[in-house]
Design a protein around this ligand. Structure first.
Ligand code: DGL
Length: 261
């Protein structure tokens, strides 16, 4: 079984790519909606949540765990690997490398949460893979919370996003990396803003390919999806149809024991 988790709905973009690549796999998705957003929390808090959720997913029978959250990966994937040495763990990191390769202007931008923006892991990723281009890291506080509402056709938000991105677009960035899994849901809002000037870079499909490589026996199942949400389970349910995930046999549970820190 493959377990996928995030602070909320964002990781569903990764889950959908995995479900598409491995249609038979039994999947578990855990949304820590009682504590979203992670992006404004400190590393100790995030690590504590990640270790608890990781343990819970192993208890459900997961042998592959996908940390479908850039913020949690940056703050805690190393600790999770140390705690669960027998489990295959896939982290999600911003697509800095493909963006640097694809850039013609020599300038890229990475949209992230506040926590990811200040992380040592992102700094290292940039040093290792983007030495030949200029990188603007642009924290986007409030964006993940906006996605959680699922009211994305909000003209005020589109205007806020347009003003926020103008800084990096005007500076010449031609690749805009979505460095938070929640931002995949914003592609319909962001695409018209960057059209003709830059390309949005999302890694959900690359993560799914990595999962396929690691899945082995975990890929065999009956296409069942078990959802856990520490709060607002109805939001998870509401997000499924747009992602094509409602075709799976879905069971939704609220793990009260994990709702508190
Ligand atoms: N979806 C997450 C990420 O990829 C976290 C968003 C949040 O909870 O702040 O960074």
């Amino acid at each position: 079984m493959i377990g996928v988790f995030d602070s909320g709905l964002g990781g569903l973009s990764v889950l959908a790519a995995i479900a598409h690549a491995l249609p038979q796999a039994n999947l578990v998705y855990f949304a820590d909606t009682a504590h979203v957003p992670y992006g404004d929390k400190d590393d100790g808090f995030i690590r504590n949540r990640v270790l608890k959720i990781g343990r819970h997913l192993v208890d459900q029978g997961c042998t592959v765990i996908v940390v479908a959250c850039n913020t949690a990966t940056a703050a805690a994937v190393a600790a999770l690997r140390e705690t669960l040495p027998d489990i295959q763990i896939v982290g999600v990191e911003p697509g800095v490398k493909p963006a640097a390769v694809a850039s013609n202007s020599g300038r890229i931008a990475v949209l992230t949460t506040t926590s990811t923006a200040r992380s040592e892991r992102l700094a290292l990723l940039i040093r290792q893979h983007a030495g030949t281009v200029q990188v603007d890291v642009l924290p986007c506080p409030g964006w993940a919370t906006k996605v959680e509402t699922l009211h994305l056709d909000d003209p005020d938000f589109a205007e806020t996003a347009r003003r926020h991105l103008a800084v990096v677009l005007d500076a010449g960035a031609d690749q805009i990396v979505l460095g938070c899994t929640h931002y995949s849901f914003l592609i319909p809002v962001l695409e018209p803003i960057v059209a003709g000037r830059a390309t949005l870079v999302d890694v959900a499909d690359a993560v799914a390919r990595q999962c396929v490589r690691l899945a082995g026996a975990s890929a065999h199942g009956h296409g069942e999806l078990t959802l856990f949400a520490t709060a607002h389970p109805e939001r998870l349910q509401a997000a499924l149809p747009a992602l094509g995930l409602n075709r799976l046999s879905v069971r939704l549970t609220r793990p009260a024991r994990l709702a508190t820190t």
